[in-house]
Design a protein around this ligand. Structure first.
Ligand SMILES: Cc1cc2nc3c(=O)[nH]c(=O)nc-3n(C[C@H](O)[C@H](O)[C@H](O)COP(=O)(O)OP(=O)(O)OC[C@H]3O[C@@H](n4cnc5c(N)ncnc54)[C@H](O)[C@@H]3O)c2cc1C
Length: 482
């Protein structure tokens, strides 16, 4: 960001307080949805503030529609609760797809080959795992339903600009919208902005360093290309491997995108998904965000024109959608009462205040040795700040851990724990830092959140039915073809 050329005093202003509530959540992405729904369902008068005109954050507006890492290698589901409820609502509307439950944990090479081809997120370290591919548009509608049913008071088109502080205690939030500058007073403030936008004004310490080699060091502008014939494109690739390689090298040299995924959703089987990476020095610098919006659309056009001209199957394709919001992968990470570090991924010992179990899926041998990681409640409590929780990808973590667990279902899980804790703290008349943890644990378990030693009955699997494993129509279709 350009340095200030000078400063001027702002005229003194008073701000209208338009509401007093129990819990205010800023940011309506995965973390904010989990937090607002959980707080309201647990009896808190809850307000949600979102800067855009829809909910879901990256999971809708960022076109990030892969919900991965829901089970461990054994096929045991580890992220449940509100995340699973959202997926089930999508399933009912045929707006989601995932490997059938009966094959989670399977290692059969035929199943692996089939699911790997549909989405590599469904295969980890040689096992089929539970991961879901969702429809972003239907998801926006379902998230509206979920917050409305929970009676969350939602303000869209509203940018949360700063927390209101009484010393080191958060007591509300100021937000700006077309209706002007307004304040909401609250007993608990939850920062679910993804970027930790409230942290600098709350006096909370945070990290911003990210190794340029990490996934989270990159911005993205995702886009979809429709009307692609995969049959033709796959055939061309198979029959002309040298030509394909040559073309991809050429495209890469021109600065285009050579990697894409395909939508597996019903009725969307002609759509290509592209999630490019743009290295950046900061994901909260407005000049950087503007640069990547321009660059991203330039590269999108270049890439599509190249495919259309050179790759059979793309002749009649068109760009159907580019991300309404830029893909922000990583920014501020709060200094919490506990900072989750890569050392914690090598431990099989749960924390006393574990609020979530995350399958640890991407580290080869290390992951096989320690298939699940435990997340402590303290990683959401900003050091030295009272009545505030950070329930989003800005949770307290080192870069490596953030790189692994800065994912949609994980942020919903953070949100669910934070919202539940906020409501409990109000019920118990204590600060969020001092809640009775066993009550929080009991309540999360009642909400179908798997926790160490307790696995919700709702998710227990029956014995595997071989007919379902191998007679899956899609599996048959593929294997008959080969
Ligand atoms: C290109 C890309 C690919 C990815 N791939 C995957 C993947 O395959 N699977 C996966 O699970 N995860 C993936 N991720 C990561 C995933 O998107 C994030 O971990 C997740 O969305 C984080 O959720 P969040 O709620 O913390 O933040 P966000 O999703 O960023 O949501 C934050 C919300 O807060 C709102 N907001 C922000 N600031 C303010 C403010 N000041 N006032 C009001 N509202 C505000 C935003 O508009 C947004 O709705 C990917 C990310 C990117 C960018």
């Amino acid at each position: 960001m350009a340095k200030a050329i000078r400063t001027i005093p702002e005229p003194n202003k008073t701000v209208d307080v338009i509401r007093e509530c129990d819990v205010v959540v800023v940011g309506g992405g995965p973390g904010g949805i989990g937090a607002a729904v959980a707080a309201a369902r647990n009896g808190a008068d809850t307000v949600l503030i979102e800067r855009y005109g829809y909910l879901g954050g990256m999971g809708t507006g960022g076109l990030v529609t892969i919900i991965p890492c829901l089970s461990d290698f054994s096929g045991t589901m580890q992220i449940g609760g509100i995340n699973q409820e959202w997926i089930e609502r999508l399933t009912v509307r045929e707006a989601e797809t995932h490997p059938p439950e009966e094959i989670w944990g399977e290692t059969d090479p035929r199943l692996i080959a089939y699911w790997n081809d549909r989405s590599f997120f469904t295969v980890r370290e040689g096992h089929i795992v539970y991961a879901s591919l969702i429809d972003a548009e239907i998801s926006k509608c379902i998230l509206n339903d979920m917050v409305s049913e929970a009676k969350v008071k939602t303000y869209l088109h509203s940018l949360g600009t700063m927390p209101l502080m009484d010393g080191n205690r958060a007591v509300g939030v100021v937000f700006e919208s077309k209706s002007g500058r307004r304040a909401i007073m609250a007993r608990v403030v939850i920062d679910s902005t993804g970027d930790g936008d409230l942290l600098p004004y709350a006096g909370a310490a945070f990290d911003v360093d990210i190794d340029p080699g990490l996934r989270i060091a990159n911005l993205s502008l995702s886009y979809w290309i429709d009307n692609v014939s995969f049959m033709k494109a796959d055939d061309f690739r198979k029959t002309h491997p040298r030509k394909w390689e040559e073309l991809m090298r050429d495209l890469m040299q021109k600065g285009g995108h050579t990697f894409f995924m395909r939508s597996n959703l019903k009725g969307q089987d002609h759509i290509v998904w592209v999630h490019p990476r743009y290295a950046t020095s900061s994901q909260t610098d407005v000049e950087e965000l503007t640069r990547v919006e321009f660059l991203g659309r330039e590269k999108m056009l270049l890439t599509h024109e190249f495919y259309k001209k050179n790759i059979p199957g793309f002749e009649n394709s068109f760009i159907v959608l580019s991300g309404p919001q830029l893909g922000t992968r990583g920014s501020r990470r709060v200094h919490g009462d506990y900072r989750v570090t890569s050392r914690d991924l090598l431990s099989d010992e749960p924390f006393e205040d574990t609020i979530a179990v995350f399958p640890d899926l991407d580290r080869g041998e290390a992951s096989l040795a320690h298939p699940n990681a435990f997340i402590p409640y303290r990683s959401m409590l900003p050091k030295g700040v009272e009545n505030m929780l950070v329930a989003c990808r800005a949770f307290s973590s080192d870069q490596e851990v953030n790189n692994f667990f800065n994912l949609i279902p994980h942020c919903i899980a953070f949100g669910e724990a934070a919202g539940t804790a906020a409501a409990l703290s109000i019920g118990q008349g204590v600060s969020v830092r001092d809640i009775d943890f066993p009550s929080l644990r009991r309540q999360l378990i009642a909400q179908n959140v798997p926790l160490p030693d307790v696995y919700p009955a709702k998710y227990k699997k029956g014995p595997k039915d071989p007919a379902v494993v191998y007679e899956n129509p899609l599996f048959k279709e593929r294997n008959l073809k080969e």
